[in-house]
Design a binder for this molecule. Structure first.
Ligand code: HEM
Length: 414
């Protein structure tokens, strides 16, 4: 007996694909491991070993054309946007910012992060229902980002606008790689905001990361230009910290609570053994990778699985597909917090591996520690809604949950 396979199309810009990417990913891994998109002109790698080999070979798979496959690199990222830079400049800039994101520096922020999370949970804990995406997953990393970098707090001037911009920055239409006017206006607004903030910290340094970035030197030369403008490297660096820090952590946190609603057996395991919480975080990043893909450009001709990609070819590394590869993970579509230690590509790997991984992991763990006891045996109160955004992200914009609120009598002995 022969099995016929229907050819599929991998088009990350299409609404149909975005509704459920995983059947397409499986087809790509099995039938088209080097998928060539006639429509968009790039090649896509989807098997774990292939994606990992490319991610860890930054001399062949270059980043200068940007990790985004839409117009983000052209219209938004700017120089200094770390994932879009090759060496030697990449390592020089990464060295400036890396010390602020080392695990021990981030661990020292745990109390501040917990305070942010407790403040958010306190608002809805007596209500019996919550839109977890809007009321925890998004505001938590947003507020933590400001705490970590030393930016104005939620109460200060300009913050409300900035909170809106973080969403508007990602405004896109299906089937269209260009930034909408809303996204372009948000980009300009945020760049102006960062310029004013950096100028202020240059004149009046504080004990915060932004002050140190604006004063940093690379080989004896100031990192920040004397006259800051959107094309200054430090602006691109601020942008990646902001975008990377908020949206992907929001995606991780939303998916965590969604997957635990859909898999109460796994939630019960966590309740019985809280030491499994970090494993639940890793499994979520593997299973529902917030950053689904990154782009690269080949520095030489590459032949893989019989397909030749020319030098200068645009290649998409589909982390979201690699993390579901059955060649690497048993029963990969299953959400299983007891997989033990495993390697995944949800934070990338190698030169461009995620700078903020320790922060994202800590935030997600604290969110579980604080919110799970309040939510108890919660359920989904409606279909979760995916965020309409760039094709690279897997993030929830609405996640309605119902949960039991203890009554005054619950605490009394029977
Ligand atoms: C769950 C949350 C997060 C996920 C899933 C995630 C994912 C990733 C991935 C896959 C990459 C590699 C990109 C590539 O291969 O080109 C990356 C890079 C990066 N991430 Fe994250 N990230 C998260 C949170 C954060 C946070 C909290 C920050 C900082 C505040 C951050 C900052 C960065 C930066 C600066 C890079 C570029 C590193 C470089 O090119 O040297 N990320 N992230």
């Amino acid at each position: 007996m022969t099995t016929a396979t229907t050819a599929m199309e991998y088009d990350p810009f299409s609404a149909g694909f975005q509704a459920d990417p995983y059947p397409v990913y499986r087809w790509m891994r099995d039938e088209a491991p080097v998928f060539h998109s006639e429509k968009w002109g790039w090649w896509a790698l989807s098997r774990f070993d292939d994606v990992r080999a490319a991610a860890t070979d930054p001399e062949t798979f270059l980043s200068y054309e940007g990790i985004d496959i839409d117009d983000t690199a052209k219209d938004q990222s700017g120089p200094g946007f770390l994932p879009d830079i090759d060496n030697p400049r990449h390592d020089q800039i990464r060295k400036v910012v890396q010390p602020h994101f080392l695990p021990r520096r981030i661990a020292a922020k745990e109390d501040a992060i917990r305070e942010v999370v407790r403040g958010l949970v306190a608002v809805w804990q007596g209500r019996g229902e919550v839109d977890l995406a809007q009321e925890l997953a998004w505001p938590m990393p947003n507020e933590v980002f400001f705490t970590v970098l030393g930016l104005p707090s939620a109460q200060e001037e300009g913050r409300a606008q900035l909170d809106r911009w973080v969403h508007e920055l990602k405004d896109r239409r299906p089937d269209d790689p260009s930034l909408t006017p809303v996204a372009k206006a948000a980009t300009a607004g945020i760049q102006k905001y960062f310029i004013e903030l950096l100028e202020d910290r240059r004149r009046h340094p504080r004990e915060d990361v932004v002050s140190q970035l604006v004063q940093a030197e690379i080989d004896g030369m100031p990192f920040a230009d004397e006259y800051l403008e959107p094309a200054s490297e430090i602006l691109g660096l601020m942008m990646v910290l902001f975008l990377g820090g908020v949206e992907s952590t929001a995606g991780l946190t939303g998916s965590l609570f969604k997957l635990l609603a859909e898999n109460p057996d796994q939630r019960a395991l966590l309740r019985g053994d809280p030491s499994l919480l970090p494993a639940a975080v890793e499994e979520t990043i593997r299973h529902s990778s917030p950053l689904q893909l990154v782009g690269r450009t080949t520095s030489r001709e590459v032949t893989l699985h019989g397909v030749t990609i020319p030098a200068g070819g645009r290649v998409v590394l589909v982390y979201g597909a690699a993390n579901r590869d059955e060649r690497q993970f048993a029963d990969p579509d299953r959400f299983d917090v007891t997989r033990g230690r495993f390697r995944h590509l949800g934070f990338g790997e190698g030169r461009h591996g995620c700078l903020g991984a320790p922060l994202a992991r800590l935030e997600a763990k604290v969110a579980l520690e604080e919110a799970l006891p309040v939510l108890g045996d919660y359920t989904l109160a409606g279909p979760p809604v995916r965020y309409a955004t760039t094709p690279n992200m897997y993030v929830w914009s609405h996640l309605s949950l119902s949960f039991q609120v203890p009554t005054a009598n619950d605490g009394e002995a029977s």
